[in-house]
Design a protein around this ligand. Structure first.
Ligand SMILES: *[C@@H]1O[C@H](CO)[C@@H](O)[C@H](O)[C@H]1NC(C)=O
Ligand SMILES: *[C@@H]1O[C@H](CO)[C@@H](O)[C@H](O)[C@H]1NC(C)=O
Ligand SMILES: *[C@@H]1O[C@H](CO)[C@@H](O)[C@H](O)[C@H]1NC(C)=O
Ligand SMILES: *[C@@H]1O[C@H](CO)[C@@H](O)[C@H](O)[C@H]1NC(C)=O
Ligand SMILES: *[C@@H]1O[C@H](CO)[C@@H](O)[C@H](O)[C@H]1NC(C)=O
Ligand SMILES: *[C@@H]1O[C@H](CO)[C@@H](O)[C@H](O)[C@H]1NC(C)=O
Ligand SMILES: *[C@@H]1O[C@H](CO)[C@@H](O)[C@H](O)[C@H]1NC(C)=O
Ligand SMILES: *[C@@H]1O[C@H](CO)[C@@H](O)[C@H](O)[C@H]1NC(C)=O
Ligand SMILES: *[C@@H]1O[C@H](CO)[C@@H](O)[C@H](O)[C@H]1NC(C)=O
Length: 595
């Protein structure tokens, strides 16, 4: 090594060393719930399911009350990971099926990759659902230093199995290995324990990005079977709720809430909470009825998961940091799930302009400083090649078309949770929750007394509660927006009053914007199921079946061409599926029943 080169080597080593030795960049923890409804948490006004930890995070942080997602998991997670509307990456269609040979395109630079480039340790616990047919699509090849969890859309809460028609396999992985040790243990607790372990063993010389992507509160593996460790206890604890399935759902939500408590406590115990930013959000609305029903409630909004009505896409979201100016507020600034990509990059100290052309907008300056900058005036909600729905928001107006399932998901469903027989809101429970305790410990000099705190909670909660202005209860049935509907979301957040003929000028403006997005859209990536994916060939586990070593394990048979075995069990839905696949059509059944 020449003298100059040696000198440079010493300098660059010194720079790297100085960054890592004195690293004040914040840790970032993103906790994502699956199919959690608007009204399944306490801070939006419901007394039905106590969520003291999540509520404490909300009251001490910012409640993001106009936070939009995509209506199902794969598209939402694609937007979160890339900062782009899914129409840019072909991920806008139905959620990825197990055994479908596709994934988030490899040319996309994911959020954890970006953070890794900034020196972060990046960890994923729980769900991925952005592709696994070849190893290069799995989390540890897409920017995560480690992953413990599942690759597909959901698994059983105890046995970690998932089936796609007659293909059934185990899906719990530690990086590329199948992990058997946790088989039989309750998933929410298993993922929480892993998150806590990663926090307590974290090497603090580097900042941490931890994405806890829970299975909760998705329905269990068998459609409409909800899973908790102790059913009898849950039924008793929530005996004031008439619907027994909703009682079990409440216990699933309680476990999720306790997970948030344990994660925040772990950050506190490690002494890094003060320098950690926490985001809590859902990937889409609750699945109140129908396919993969989980009894979640999006009250008082219209619609549910799968739809582009507010109930499907306006999701629970909170951000907390001890550095927020004027915390304990409800933000009505519009945010889209793609915004987290530049927002988190900015939190980490990255230069947002280096991210290239994305749809996400950096909201961090506005959130942190509580200024009135309007960073986003509108958002595309989605359009697709095959989907019979599309929607866009511009300012207070929303244009939507929806014929999905002939409108059966387009009404108002779920629990109000406010009046009797629900118990009164337990604000004491919030104040003594593990999350509150950890946050109070950071701010020992804060002088607020309990009555003041309770009054503040009451006010914030009132501000976070959506008011339908009495319209909702008069409203059953239509309009289903088979053609287009135009709603004024400021005046009518429950989407009851179609203004399409009142404001043809507004309609025209929004229609033009929507048409432009359609022109820019990349065709949906959807593929047939690949018979070679059958877990049967791989000790009944889901693997990256198109990796060379796995291709060898699949016997060559007459239909090894990639067609799946359509001789299914013979029920009418299976036959419908077989028909869809055989004719390569994406009918509603396929769209809805697999994700
Ligand atoms: C995966 O399994 C291999 C072989 O047993 C082992 O060496 C490796 O540490 C495992 N990886 C993880 C992340 O557990
Ligand atoms: C949003 O709309 C307001 C009012 O029309 C305008 O002043 C502002 O520049 C817009 N912001 C963006 C980011 O387009
Ligand atoms: C409120 O929550 C706390 C903590 O979970 C619990 O101990 C208390 O019994 C609850 N109070 C009521 C009235 O349910
Ligand atoms: C938390 O961080 C802030 C800003 O860096 C600092 O002023 C404060 O002293 C810290 N508090 C604790 C309890 O460490
Ligand atoms: C609390 O106040 C005391 C006295 O003003 C001060 O010395 C101490 O640093 C403060 N602690 C925190 C965590 O702000
Ligand atoms: C609630 O909203 C009102 C009206 O926008 C505002 O004046 C008040 O400060 C808010 N209160 C809290 C605690 O956010
Ligand atoms: C649409 O027309 C109404 C009156 O018919 C007018 O008040 C409104 O400002 C117009 N809006 C736009 C966006 O042009
Ligand atoms: C095959 O699966 C069983 C569980 O069904 C497991 O115990 C065993 O370790 C697996 N074998 C291999 C080689 O992974
Ligand atoms: C297709 O599935 C049927 C029913 O499960 C089974 O009997 C048949 O052997 C399968 N054929 C192939 C080629 O796997």
């Amino acid at each position: 090594m020449g003298r100059a080169a040696l000198y440079l080597h010493i300098i660059s080593t010194a720079i790297i060393y100085s960054v890592s030795a004195d690293d004040s960049r914040p840790n970032i923890v993103v906790i994502m719930a699956d199919d959690l409804g608007w009204n399944d948490v306490g801070f939006h006004g419901s007394n039905q399911i106590p969520t003291p930890n999540i509520d404490a995070l909300a009251y001490n942080g910012i409640i993001l009350n106009r936070h939009y997602t995509l209506p199902t998991c794969t598209p939402s997670r694609a937007a979160f990971m890339t900062g782009k509307y899914p129409i840019r990456t072909g991920m806008q269609g139905r959620p990825l099926l197990c055994g479908e040979p596709r994934g988030l395109p490899l040319e996309e630079t994911t959020l954890p990759q970006r953070l890794k480039d900034l020196g972060y340790i990046t960890r994923l616990v729980g769900k991925w659902h952005l592709g696994c047919f070849r190893s290069e699509y799995t989390p540890t090849k897409r920017g995560f230093d480690s992953h413990f969890g599942y690759w597909n859309g959901y698994v059983d809460y105890f046995d970690y199995m998932i089936d796609q028609e007659d293909f059934i396999g185990y899906d719990l992985h530690r990086d590329m290995n199948v992990s058997w040790a946790e088989n039989g243990q309750y998933a929410t607790d298993v993922f929480t324990r892993e998150a806590v372990r990663l926090i307590s063993t974290h090497d603090t010389s580097r900042p941490l990005f931890l994405h806890v992507s829970h299975l909760a509160v998705h329905s269990g593996r068998d459609t409409q079977l909800l899973e908790v460790p102790n059913v009898e206890e849950a039924l008793e604890k929530f005996n004031y709720i008439p619907d027994t399935q909703r009682r079990i759902f409440s216990e699933m939500t309680t476990r999720l809430d306790e997970s948030v408590g344990q994660i925040v406590s772990a950050l506190s115990d490690k002494g890094i909470l003060n320098n950690t930013i926490i985001v809590f959000l859902t990937d889409n609305g609750g699945a109140t009825i129908g396919e993969l029903q989980n009894w979640g409630s999006n009250w008082p909004h219209r619609g549910m998961k799968f739809t582009l009505y507010e109930g499907g896409v306006k999701g629970v979201a909170i951000v907390w940091s001890n550095s927020l100016r004027n915390p304990g507020r409800v933000s009505m600034h519009m945010m889209h799930i793609s915004d987290w990509y530049p927002t988190i990059y900015a939190m980490a100290g990255g230069e947002v302009t280096s991210l290239g052309k994305i749809d996400g907008i950096n909201q961090w300056p506005t959130l942190l400083q509580d200024n009135s900058d309007i960073r986003r005036n509108g958002t595309l909600l989605n359009v697709g090649d095959f989907d019979d729905m599309e929607a866009i928001i511009d300012g207070k107006y929303k244009l939507i078309r929806s014929t999905l399932k002939n409108g059966v998901y387009d009404g108002f469903y779920g629990e109000d949770g406010r009046g009797s027989p629900n118990p009164p809101y337990n604000d004491t429970g919030v104040i003594i929750s593990p999350v509150s305790k950890a946050i109070i410990a950071l701010n020992v000099n804060s002088s607020a007394e309990e009555p003041q705190l309770k009054d503040k909670i009451r006010q914030i909660r009132l501000n976070a509660t959506v008011d339908c202005k009495g319209r909702r209860r008069h409203y059953f049935g239509g309009p289903y927006c088979h053609s287009y509907c135009l709603f004024d979301l400021d005046d009518d957040p429950c989407e009851t009053n179609n203004l399409i003929s009142t404001y043809p000028n507004v309609t025209e403006t929004l229609m033009k914007k929507l048409t432009q997005f359609k022109k820019e859209m990349v065709p949906e990536l959807t593929k047939r199921l690949d018979r070679a994916s059958n877990p049967h060939f791989f000790n009944n586990t889901w693997v990256c079946w198109l990796d060379d070593e796995n291709v060898k394990k699949v016997p060559k048979t007459d239909d090894a061409t990639g067609k799946i075995n359509c001789t299914l069990s013979g029920s009418s839905t299976d036959l419908a599926l077989a028909f869809c696949l055989l004719t390569s059509m994406l009918c509603v059944h396929v769209i809805l029943s697999h994700f």
